[in-house]
Design a binder for this molecule. Structure first.
Ligand SMILES: Nc1ncnc2c1ncn2[C@@H]1O[C@H](COP(=O)(O)OP(=O)(O)OP(=O)(O)O)[C@@H](O)[C@H]1O
Ligand SMILES: [Mg+2]
Length: 366
C-alpha cells in the first residue's frame, strides 16, 4: 500500500513567496494522478515537497500510512523523474539505471541484473553501452524512467517528463507511460501544464492555481462539470464559451436568445440575476431548422481542426464558438443557429458553479 496523504500542506519560500497554501489531498494506491495548472501555480513545489526535496513549512506528508514529513528523500520510498531527465552524461545507460541501486548498496551482480531487466522491459536492451548524448529524446526519457523503476519504488513522481519531446514522440511516450503505469500499478503523481495530457493519461486530476487546489476529479468530471470558470477555461482544447446571461423566470437570456435553464439550477437562481452561462463548443449542435431555443448569429471565422471545424459565430451580444463535424458545409457570413445540449450547460455565479447537481448518467462509476 503506497497511498499519499497530504494534510494542510504549506510551503513558503525564503523571501515570502507562498507556493502552497494548505493542500489537502489523498492519492490512492496504484492511482495515476495528474497535477495540472498554469506556470508558477506550485505544481513542482508540491511534487518536490512530497519527494522531500523541499521542506514543508507546515502540514504533513504521509506515504503508505507512514509520516514522512521530516524524512530525507532517500527514506521516502519514492523515485522521481524530472523534465530534463538529469541523466549522468559520463555514465552509460546501464550505469545510469544501476546508479541509485549502487547508492542503496545493492551488490554489483544484483544491480547489473536488475538494470538489464529494466532496460529490456523499456526497449533499451541494445543501448546499454551508450551514453545519454548518443540517445534520442524518447530514449533518454525511457532511460530516466528505467533508472527510477529499477529501484521498485512505492511511489513515482514525474515532473513534466514528456515536455522535451516533439509532438509525435510525445503522443507515443504518453501511451507508453500509461501502459507501463497500468502494468506496474505504482502510485504515480504526474505534473503537467498540458490539459490534454492530463485528460488523456490520468485516473484523476487536481487542477491547481496560485498554490491551491481548485478542483479534484476524474477527467470526465473536470471536463463536464468544472466547478469554477477558472477550471472551465483551463480544461478543453477550445475553451468553454462563458457568456453573460440574465435569468428570466424559467428561462435564461443568452446572446439575444431565451434558452431553458440548465438542469438542476432552477431553485438556485433568481429572476433578473446576471450570471455566466458555460457551454463547451463540442456541446453545441449546428442546425438548419428554425428551432426556438437556438442561438442565432453569423459565421465570422471557420478554422479547420482536421476531423471537425471550429466555427466562430457573432451573435447579438457575444461571440460563440462551436465545433462542427466536417461533413457540414459552412459559409462565411451566412446565418447560423446553434442548439445547446441542455444537460451540458452550466451556470456560474462569481466564477463558481451555481448548482453542483449532476445530470443523470453523468456519474463516473466508483
Ligand atoms: N526556490 C524558490 N525560491 C523562491 N520562490 C520559488 C522557488 N521555487 C519556486 N518558487 C516560486 O513558487 C511558485 C511556484 O513555483 P513552481 O515551480 O512550483 O511552479 P510550477 O507550477 O511548477 O510552474 P511551471 O509550470 O512553470 O514549472 C512560483 O511563484 C515560483 O516563482
Ligand atoms: Mg514546474
Amino acid at each position: 500500500m503506497a497511498d499519499i496523504d497530504l494534510s494542510r500542506l504549506t510551503k513558503v519560500f525564503p523571501g515570502g513567496v507562498q507556493a502552497l497554501n494548505g493542500i489537502d489531498l489523498t492519492v490512492h494506491d496504484g492511482e495515476f494522478f495528474a497535477l495540472l495548472g498554469p506556470s508558477g501555480c506550485g505544481k513542482s513545489t508540491l511534487l518536490r515537497t512530497i519527494a522531500g526535496l523541499e521542506t514543508a513549512s507546515g502540514g504533513a506528508v504521509r506515504i503508505g500510512g507512514r509520516e514522512v514529513t521530516a524524512l530525507p528523500p532517500g527514506q521516502r520510498d519514492i523515485a522521481m523523474v524530472f523534465q530534463d531527465y538529469a541523466l549522468f552524461p559520463h555514465m552509460t545507460v546501464t550505469e545510469n539505471i544501476a546508479y541509485p541501486l549502487k547508492i542503496k548498496k545493492v551488490s554489483r551482480a544484483e544491480r547489473t541484473a536488475r538494470a538489464g531487466r529494466t532496460a529490456d522491459a523499456l526497449g533499451l536492451g541494445h543501448l546499454g553501452e551508450r551514453r545519454p548524448g548518443q540517445l534520442s529524446g524518447g530514449q533518454q526519457q525511457r532511460a530516466a524512467l528505467a533508472r527510477a523503476m529499477a529501484c521498485h519504488p512505492g511511489v513515482f513522481l514525474l515532473d513534466e517528463p514528456l515536455s522535451n519531446l516533439d509532438a509525435r514522440m510525445r503522443l507515443e511516450a504518453r501511451t507508453f507511460l500509461k501502459k507501463l503505469q497500468r502494468e506496474l500499478a505504482v502510485t504515480t503523481v504526474f505534473v503537467t501544464h498540458d490539459q490534454a495530457e492530463a485528460l488523456a493519461m490520468a485516473d484523476r486530476i487536481a487542477v491547481m492555481d496560485q498554490g491551491g487546489l481548485r478542483q479534484i476529479g476524474t477527467p470526465a468530471e473536470v471536463y463536464r462539470r468544472p466547478t469554477s470558470t477558472f477550471v472551465a477555461s483551463f480544461i478543453g482544447s477550445t475553451p468553454m464559451n462563458l457568456l453573460e446571461a440574465e435569468v428570466r423566470s424559467d428561462w435564461i437570456r443568452v446572446a439575444g436568445t431565451d434558452l431553458p435553464l440548465p438542469a438542476g439550477t432552477g431553485a438556485a437562481v433568481h429572476d433578473g440575476e446576471t450570471l455566466r452561462y458555460g457551454i463547451r463548443p463540442e456541446y453545441l449542435r449546428w442546425t438548419d431548422q428554425d428551432e426556438p431555443a437556438a442561438l442565432r448569429g453569423t459565421v465570422a471565422v471557420v478554422e479547420n481542426l482536421g476531423s471537425a471545424q471550429l466555427v466562430t459565430l457573432d451573435c447579438a451580444t457575444s461571440t460563440v464558438r462551436v465545433v462542427v463535424p466536417e461533413e457540414q458545409e459552412i459559409a462565411l457570413g451566412g446565418p447560423a443557429r446553434l442548439v445547446p445540449r441542455g444537460d451540458r450547460a452550466l451556470l456560474y455565479r462569481d466564477g463558481a458553479l451555481v448548482s453542483p447537481v449532476e445530470p443523470a448518467g453523468d456519474r463516473t462509476p466508483a
